[in-house]
Design a protein around this ligand. Structure first.
Ligand code: ZN
Length: 176
């Protein structure tokens, strides 16, 4: 069965995902499908709970800036059982959206830098220190694994502003 995106209002988006115990053939094909799915929807990140799988895994593409050229996207990267640490005290606001909350974008404040530890699809552990929008994408996707959405991180004023739109999204995708 092809993957289906879970939309705001779906309880699975509010549930803590469980660690991946073993990188099986099933996990490999899920990752492949998730990457195709992310690209088809023009996303730059996708977490497993967004397609109804409650496991600690996300995929993303990095923004790559080459001076004098357009911003490009990197090859897809896979994060299994990720752990974020060492957030920079310095925080910045930037615009975020989410495939599970279509049509809504808002300015979210997040640390500018973060350290990520994870395992790749070959089962190899890696550590990276990332900053800027690429750090933001990791924090956004990692939040999904804990049942947290970017709208939860808005200040009261911004949250109030999008509340009517959120209600519309919920009604559209979950009419009962
Ligand atoms: Zn999202």
């Amino acid at each position: 069965m092809p993957l289906q995106i879970r939309y705001y209002g779906d309880k699975i988006l509010r549930t803590r995902a469980l660690p991946v115990e073993e990188i099986t053939e099933e996990i490999r094909s899920l990752v492949q499908e998730m990457i195709e799915f992310m690209d088809a929807f023009h996303g730059i990140g996708l977490a497993a709970p967004q397609v109804g799988k409650l496991i600690r895994l996300f995929v993303l593409r990095n923004y790559v800036e080459v001076p004098g050229q357009e911003i490009k996207l990197s090859a897809p990267q896979v994060y299994i059982n990720p752990r974020l640490s060492n957030p920079s005290p310095k925080k910045v606001f930037d615009s975020e959206g989410c495939l599970s909350i279509p049509g809504i974008r808002a300015e979210v404040e997040r640390p500018i830098k973060i350290t990520v530890e994870a395992v790749d699809l070959e089962g190899k552990a890696f550590v990276e220190e990332v900053e800027g929008y690429n750090a933001r994408v990791r924090m956004h996707e990692n939040d999904h694994l804990n049942g947290v959405l970017f709208i939860d991180r808005l200040d009261l004023r911004r949250r109030k502003k999008i509340e009517p739109m959120l209600k519309q999204v919920e009604k559209k995708y979950h009419p009962d």
